[in-house]
Design a protein around this ligand. Structure first.
Ligand code: NOJ
Length: 960
């Protein structure tokens, strides 16, 4: 054992690895959840009976053409569900269907609702006067950008149907062919992207082709199931022979706490078959591999926001957040299916031997609202999805620095001590966090008087070094204090099934929940923030940020640790219908309020949310919740974070070095080495764990942790540029291998290494103990070790053994990229803004070229939206010229980005470049000579102090 390992061993004995696990029995399995059991049962039976109960009523087909706005042209029809009955008339249920071909986005949308006016057998209304009997169809108000439905600007509404229009040829981009009634198919064709949809009338099936290729089949396995509303008395005549009636009007799961299921069965389900695709991805959040597993003999993936302290790994069980976007790719095509429904949802996955990926999506309530996205590359899907649901927020620069958190910092002195000790040890950080205990007796919007008597003073002391404070405010509100009284008074709380304010248990004991689904709740919540910050904090501050935790919502005495499904929200909608979007309504309302409060300084708010849904990326960061301080959770953090990154919610991290328990020193080192690549880089620890702020760690653990944090800070310009790119196109920041190289089949299973955005840094963290080498998969090219710049030439995609002693992170920069770094240590990111840059140039093997982008703004305000930013691209051309091309200069603030380049380092391999001893710089009409140093130890070339700035056009020519 070497000395270092021995020291590690000595320190290790102070720590114990926990062995804990989630209490599984609290959560339903599919066969304990009425609608999941029923839909799986139906799926098995319908595939063997080959019956079909759904068809499109030809007479109802109606095509709306809007020549001015292609996105609002649509095809509508009624799907008729027929329930056969012996000797008496069949029951017919009308299900309005609407299809829109959105050619701007290359996407197709369809919705299926239930028509209550015409379905005669529905008398549920009388039974539930408090409830809105219409299915919840307003998800888009939350999941789409701008809070409007992108098609109608109003919640979807289905009108009466007219007969089919003829004379369609004047329509430019779409050709809705007159139905070929002999073949019973309508074909819709878009000549821009060669998409063709075939809608079959007699069995309700949709096929989507691109050119000749069938890409996606919808309902080809006939799993479409729409449990229409009916009363318990009428149920016996409304059930199809293939159906089970399990728990249709009751919920006998032991921990469901008496859900009385007022509407009876109302689930919806549909199957999607991806043709020519071997793998499916997405639908986070699950602690599982990046590539979704075949669930044929297992539990389906469940999307249902719940509090899962010490969650299980390798599991399809639900977690804190849900983004119902399934995506896939092959070497030349990518497809995404967005299931815009926030109810409890299960997804079965099956891969066939002949190259089909099949999925079966089942939701407990609501309408079918599906978007199909088609693109060439997988990133096209993330792009289209975030065009619809909103781009990830461009965060505060400081929020992508290092966050120091723990449950809890006890008082102001404790907070300031942490700050002082971090500074004493030269460890940078930007955020410090206050968990639950800073409040007065767990009453949010208050401070514990003896410990945080003067929060304004504390905030100022932190602000002195550019630091921020985040405090926890959860949506459960202790009963009997002014905040809950106000919620009561304004009728802004969530109601129980009887229409009274719901009272459940959470941290403060008896609590009520703010209902941010509705305008009143939003206004009241906003008022609380204004009072808490603007009124109660005497002098103006803008370094206070908010953490919305437990917003699934977590309810200790609720079914499956969350809200009873029959609670009632604004508009008369049941929790059952909106569950997965509730958390988003909380954090988005918080964000809007903070944005308003900081309107004076125009500062961007920072919000951390635990629960999320499609659209959460617009206003919050998230994290993977209550993990455990052991190696398995470190390893699991990578596919979990990758999964969120590919569905448009890249600002995510995992608690470093494990929330629950006490990590070993070796685990701490490796976790920081991994965590520095998480888009959200935060250390956090459970209240019962031993204090482990970096400065408390024994040497050499402390040194190693400091190195990792500092590496993140040197790369902040690159991280920030990656965040900026993501805020424009939704791109992943921590990016899976197959996203970078979809043409390589071998990369589709790799989820233990990743790229940093489009910046060419390839990393494979060490996630197992006593591991000092690793096998990394490289595509063809040249890769320079990020620290030594030693070149590794890879002639074809292959695995390479890489050394990873304890102080080393296997990280490379791929030939073809240029990185912007800042190498001077400062206490926080704010203090770095005028620091000079170092350019790290990594030429390609073949023609010695490279390029890299830098985005700079003030890192704090929204002024970038008015053009106050600098964007520049540095390129190396033909091994001989390095030049800076300004893409955008700030409109007014010319000092922005007026920063020197202090060093240019060119990584070289004898094959890539051969540079002489001097170079010529040209800036405008001025030309001068500069020295070029060769580092004989490596093949690196260094230009020190070239006297150029990032915000000016310059060109360096090398002599050969
Ligand atoms: C649960 C969160 O997941 C955890 O991070 C936090 O420390 C506790 N709530 C206490 O607020």
């Amino acid at each position: 054992m070497n000395i270092f390992l021995f020291q590690l061993f000595l320190v290790t004995i102070l720590f114990i690895d926990p062995s804990a696990a989630f209490t599984d029995y609290l959560l339903k399995k599919c066969n304990q959840a009425g609608f999941c059991q029923r839909n799986r049962h139906y799926a098995t039976n319908i595939q063997s009976s080959h019956n079909s109960y759904y068809l499109i009523d030809e007479q109802s087909i109606h095509i709306d053409l809007d020549n001015n706005n292609n996105n609002s042209s649509s095809l509508r029809a009624n799907i008729i569900k027929t329930i056969p009955r012996n000797d008496i008339e069949d029951i017919m249920v009308e299900l309005p269907f609407k299809l829109t071909f959105q050619n701007d986005w290359q996407s197709v949308r369809f919705t299926i609702d239930e028509s209550f006016d015409s379905n005669t057998n529905d008398d549920t209304e009388a039974e539930s006067p408090l409830l809105n009997k219409h299915r919840y169809n307003e998800t888009g108000l939350w999941s789409f950008m701008n809070h409007t439905d992108s098609l109608n600007n109003t919640p979807l509404q289905f009108e009466k149907f007219e007969t089919i229009q003829s004379n369609l040829d004047k329509f430019v981009n779409f050709v809705f062919q007159t139905p070929d009634l002999e073949q019973n198919v309508i074909k819709v064709y878009n000549d821009i992207n060669q998409l063709e949809i075939h809608l079959f009338l007699d069995s309700f099936q949709i096929l989507i082709f691109q050119g000749e290729d069938l890409i996606l089949s919808i309902n080809d396995r006939s799993l479409f199931n729409f449990e229409h509303h009916r009363s318990m008395e009428q149920n016996f005549q409304n059930v199809l022979p293939e159906e089970s009636t399990y728990n249709m009007f009751a919920d006998d799961f032991e921990y469901s706490k008496g859900d009385h299921v007022p509407f009876g069965p109302e689930s919806i389900a549909l199957d999607f078959t991806f043709n020519g695709f071997n793998s499916l991805y997405g639908i986070p959040e699950h602690a599982d591999s990046l590539r979704l597993r075949d669930t044929s003999n297992d539990e389906p993936y469940r999307l249902f926001n719940v509090d899962v302290f010490q969650y299980n790994l390798d599991s399809r069980m639900p977690m804190y957040g849900a983004i119902p976007l399934l995506l896939t790719s092959n070497k030349d095509k990518s497809v995404g299916v967005f299931w815009n429904n926030p109810a409890d949802t299960w997804v079965d996955i099956h891969y066939t031997d002949n190259g089909l990926s099949q999925s079966h999506i089942m939701s407990e309530a609501g309408i079918i609202d599906v978007f199909v996205f088609i693109g060439e590359k997988p990133s096209d899907i993330t792009d289209q999805f975030t065009q619809l649901t909103g781009r990830p927020t461009l965060p505060l620069l400081s929020s992508i620095g290092y966050h120091q958190c723990r449950w809890n910092y006890n008082d102001e002195l404790d907070v300031l001590n942490v700050q002082e000790n971090m500074d004493r040890e030269d460890i940078p950080f930007d955020f410090i966090w206050l968990d639950l205990e800073y409040t007065d007796d767990k009453k949010y919007f208050t401070w514990k008087p003896d410990s945080f008597g003067n929060p304004g003073r504390m905030l100022k002391k932190l602000a002195k070094y550019g630091r921020q404070l985040a405090v926890l405010i959860d949506p459960h509100i202790k009963t009997q204090y002014h905040i809950s009284e106000e919620i009561k008074r304004q009728e802004a709380g969530v109601l129980n099934a009887g229409g009274d304010l719901y009272v459940g248990r959470c941290w403060p004991g008896d609590s009520i929940w703010i209902d941010t689904m509705g305008k009143i709740g939003q206004r009241v919540w906003d008022g609380f923030f204004k009072d808490f910050i603007t009124v109660k904090l005497p002098s103006y501050i803008d370094n206070l940020h908010i953490w919305n935790d437990m917003n699934e919502p977590s309810i200790f005495n609720g079914p499956e640790t969350t809200a009873p499904k029959d609670l009632i929200h604004n508009g008369g909608f049941e929790e059952r219908s909106i569950h997965n979007v509730y958390g988003l309504t909380v954090h988005e309302t918080t964000y809007d309020s903070m944005k308003d409060i900081y309107g004076i300084s125009d500062k961007r708010p920072f919000i951390l949310t635990r629960a999320f849904f499609a659209g959460s990326q617009r206003s919050a960061a998230t994290w993977t919740g209550d993990n455990i301080a052991n190696w398995d959770y470190l390893k699991a953090s990578i596919p979990m974070i990758l999964s969120n990154n590919i569905v448009g919610m890249p600002f995510i991290g995992a608690d470093i070095a494990g929330f629950d328990g006490n990590p070993t020193p070796e685990l701490i080192i490796r976790w920081y080495q991994t965590g520095l690549w998480y888009p959200f880089f935060r250390a956090h620890a459970h209240i019962d764990s031993i204090r482990r702020e970096p400065y408390l760690l024994e040497k050499p653990v402390r040194d190693s942790v400091r190195d990792s944090i500092r590496l993140r800070y040197t790369l902040l310009p690159t991280f920030y540029s990656a965040f900026h790119e993501s805020s424009i196109n939704g791109n992943a920041i921590m990016k899976p291998m197959f996203f970078q190289y979809p043409e390589h089949n071998e990369l589709y299973d790799v989820d233990n290494q990743f790229y940093l955005g489009n910046y060419g840094i390839l990393v494979k963290p060490i996630t197992s103990p006593e591991t000092f080498t690793t096998t990394m998969t490289f595509p063809k090219g040249i890769f320079y070790d990020l620290t030594t710049l030693k070149a590794l030439v890879v002639d074809h995609l292959k695995e390479v053994e890489i050394d990873a002693p304890i102080a080393k992170i296997p990280a490379f920069i791929e030939g073809g990229h240029i990185l912007f770094k800042r190498e001077i240590y400062r206490r926080s990111s704010k203090l770095m803004v005028n620091d000079p840059y170092t350019l790290l140039v990594a030429p390609t093997l073949d023609n010695g070229s490279a390029s890299g982008k830098l985005y700079v703004d003030d890192g704090e305000t929204f002024s970038y939206e008015n053009g106050e930013y600098l964007e520049t691209v540095v390129s190396l051309l033909a091994k001989s010229i390095l030049k800076n091309d300004i893409v955008h200069i700030p409109v007014n603030a010319d000092c922005l980005g007026n920063t020197m380049i202090e060093k240019i380092v060119i990584a070289m391999d004898s094959n890539t470049m051969d540079i002489g001893d001097h170079a010529t710089i040209k800036i405008g009409s001025e030309t001068r000579k500069i020295e070029v140093e060769h580092d004989d130890g490596t093949t690196t070339v260094i230009i020190k102090n070239p006297q150029v700035r990032v915000n000016e056009q310059w060109e360096i020519s090398f002599s050969i």
